[in-house]
Design a binder for this molecule. Structure first.
Ligand code: FAD
Length: 389
């Protein structure tokens, strides 16, 4: 086997398609069922680097057909709305909104069409001999058979809680962790047509509220909550009441309500990087190598581009005995990921409200006023918001 890819998320599937299309024998192992990975809602907003990577690899048909290009976003502050035309400040670069589960379904189809093999529903995945020329993965198939596969490389693309990173000996990677934030975001997915055609970042004296878009029937919302908050304390009525209050604006605008599609979820704002993104013949990609909070919507985009970079580096090693791209892999991916982290940190400083700190709130007012009035501030926002490009 050329490569065993652990995890059929966006990182693993992009890597697997690119490898399979280059004639490299590839096996993808996924813990969840196919139905689950193709229906699990998470990301929606994809930046230009991710869209370009999908286009380059002929994986953007669904996104082009159904995705919605986004050029502007809206802020609400002191009940006043203002729009930042960020694409105008960034040479036309923009986002596309396309639900992650639809992208995953497109990628599964593309990988199978390229002759790739996926084992869904595997359990007890174990990695071995990572520093040898023939690392091995053993796993139990959905029908209970234990199998062991040797390969030339293993791609660890199994997200933040997967087994790949945990198979690396203690001390081999640096953990670089951000101090814990006092705030988390309550993530809410509702079956309701978005009440806006652009993302809204609402900054109110009660805290932040975000209105994101997924498709014409589905909206995602976020509410700033304490990091210790319990989602069970947030029934639907309380969520809608808070969204109405925090997104309120002195204009003729109504927030439409709809049934929640899944229980709300508390998302912490902590960030952590594991460096380098490689140990022997195991190469990490996407969330397996880091956690960037979803605030600035960077994780899926980074994972897509990591997946492509990993596959091209492994293909160079296998086809041309050229290990230089593989040796540069970690630095290249980390450079992009830290840019995304900086953007995420800046966005959180802009929108999360330090409820008990009047000093911080006055500074936040100044930042938002500058963003509203200064083209330089808007251009800087655009640069972060769309990075890495
Ligand atoms: P994952 O998507 O987590 O995929 C990992 C896969 O590995 C999964 O299918 C999992 O089942 C599988 N797996 C795990 N353990 C094992 C194992 N032991 N064996 C085999 N398989 C295993 N990002 C954006 O860019 N834009 C957004 O708008 C955005 N919004 C978000 C909203 C929310 C509410 C959340 C939670 C995240 C959001 N993100 C967003 C982040 C984005 O979803 C993640 O960064 C992205 O899913 C990472 O992709 P990945 O392929 O690295 O990992």
């Amino acid at each position: 086997m050329g490569v065993v890819v652990i995890g059929a998320g966006v990182a693993g599937l992009v890597a697997a398609v690119v490898l399979a299309r280059r004639g490299i024998d590839t096996l993808v192992l996924e813990a969840a069922s196919r139905a689950r990975v193709e229906s699990r809602p998470r990301a929606g907003l994809l930046g230009p680097a991710a869209v370009d990577a999908l286009e380059r690899n002929g994986l953007a048909d669904g996104l082009r057909a159904e995705g919605a290009p986004h050029h502007n976003c809206e802020f609400r502050h002191r009940r006043r709305a203002f729009v930042v035309e960020y694409a105008r400040h960034a040479g036309g670069h923009h986002h596309v909104v396309y639900p992650q589960q639809k992208l995953v379904a497109d990628l599964v189809a593309a990988y199978l069409a390229a002759g790739g093999v996926i084992e869904f529903g595997v359990t007890d995945v174990m990695l071995d001999a990572l520093t040898s020329d023939h690392p091995a993965v053993s796993f139990v198939t959905a029908d209970g058979q234990r199998q062991t596969v040797e390969s030339r490389f293993i791609a660890g693309c199994d997200g933040h809680h997967g087994v790949s990173r945990g198979s690396i000996p203690e001390g081999a990677l640096r953990h670089i962790r951000q101090r814990d934030s006092a705030w988390a975001w309550l993530a809410v997915l509702a079956a309701v047509t978005p009440s806006t055609d652009k993302i809204i970042y609402g900054v109110s004296p009660r805290g932040f509220a975000g209105h994101m878009l997924r498709d014409h029937r589905t909206s995602r919302f976020y509410l700033q909550v304490e990091a210790t908050a319990d989602a069970a304390d947030w029934p639907a009525e309380r969520i809608w009441e808070e969204l109405h209050a925090r997104l309120a604006v002195d204009a003729d605008w109504q927030l439409a309500e709809g049934p929640l599609l899944e229980p709300p979820n508390v998302i912490t704002m902590d960030s952590v990087f594991y460096e380098p993104m490689r140990f022997g013949r195991l190469i990490l990609a996407g969330d397996a190598a880091r956690r960037v909070p979803p605030a600035a919507a960077k994780g899926a985009g980074l994972a897509i581009v990591d997946g492509e970079t990993l596959a091209l580096a492994v293909a160079a090693a296998l086809h041309d005995a050229d290990e230089r791209p593989l040796n540069a892999y970690s630095e290249v991916c980390l450079g992009r990921a830290w840019l995304a982290q900086e953007a995420s940190t800046k966005l959180l400083q802009l929108v999360n409200v330090e409820l008990a700190d009047p000093f911080a709130r006055r500074l936040q007012d100044v930042r938002l006023d500058r963003l509203r009035t200064s083209p330089v501030a808007a251009a800087e926002f655009a640069d972060h918001y769309l990075s890495p490009r």
